[in-house]
Write a protein that binds this ligand. Sequence first.
Ligand SMILES: Nc1ncnc2c1ncn2[C@@H]1O[C@H](COP(=O)(O)OP(=O)(O)OP(=O)(O)O)[C@@H](O)[C@H]1O
Ligand SMILES: [Mg+2]
Length: 267
Amino acid sequence: MIPLASGASSRVCRLPGERVVKIFHAAVSDEMIAREFTAATLAAEGGVPTARPLREDMIEGARAILYPEVQGPTLMRQMRARPLQSDALLRDMALLHRQIHGCAAPSLRSLKQVLATDISYGPAEPVVQDAALALLQELPEGESLLHGDFHISNILLSAEGPIAIDWSKAAHGAATADVLRSEMLLRFGEGPQDWLTNHARDWAARRYMTHYRRCAGEPLSLEPQWRAVVALAWLRARGPVRQRAFTAYLHRALAAVGLPLPVVTSR
Ligand SMILES: Nc1ncnc2c1ncn2[C@@H]1O[C@H](COP(=O)(O)OP(=O)(O)OP(=O)(O)O)[C@@H](O)[C@H]1O
Ligand SMILES: [Mg+2]
């Protein structure tokens, strides 16, 4: 087994026969692994370019999923190596995301429920939580397949085009929420946060949104409302990346829909 990558929840190794194995760390729940398997299979059945899981397995006592190997760099690596291609890559990312949202996924967990839990267990004061939960309650359930963690390290660039991987945070729900999560991941997700990169990240997020809106052919439905609840829910699990910029973004998002602003934004 040749190690390919190691992350917060797993390590990925190359196997003979153009396969890879994703070996999960012990702290990852069975539910999350099952969700990754189910959602990736569902996406593949819906015609989404993805690595379709081959089978679950145990490797040296750890739970694992076998996948076909996708040959090619992550979108992140490609954008860094070829910055002039970035806009075209972000357009391809938006097209792929749109395709994902064209699939239905009623069997997956509800994003609205995930957001409600994250808001309730997050650090914001009860008055902020209650107002946000009341707003969330009024938003439509939605039935699209949502990736849940659609960022530029979870897209591989194969010779045939971009491939979506890493479905462990998938759900069903409103596409707008998933698009806004990608916007926030581009701006404030894990990764470098020096001055120049931050400008590139904000630019990439704006371009990604423009491309998604264009290929959808209509404005994002209930965008300000979803932005407020998705940003507030993220407080529960966010890493300390671009804290001040994220807090400013969160405050604008909440103010735009008349929600009170949290004083406490981390534990
Ligand atoms: N099917 C595949 N073919 C080739 N490389 C892969 C494949 N799946 C994963 N990889 C490599 O492993 C890396 C990590 O995979 P993945 O995103 O699924 O796990 P992870 O990031 O550890 O999960 P999490 O984001 O939950 O921590 C990818 O960025 C990619 O470089
Ligand atoms: Mg990943």
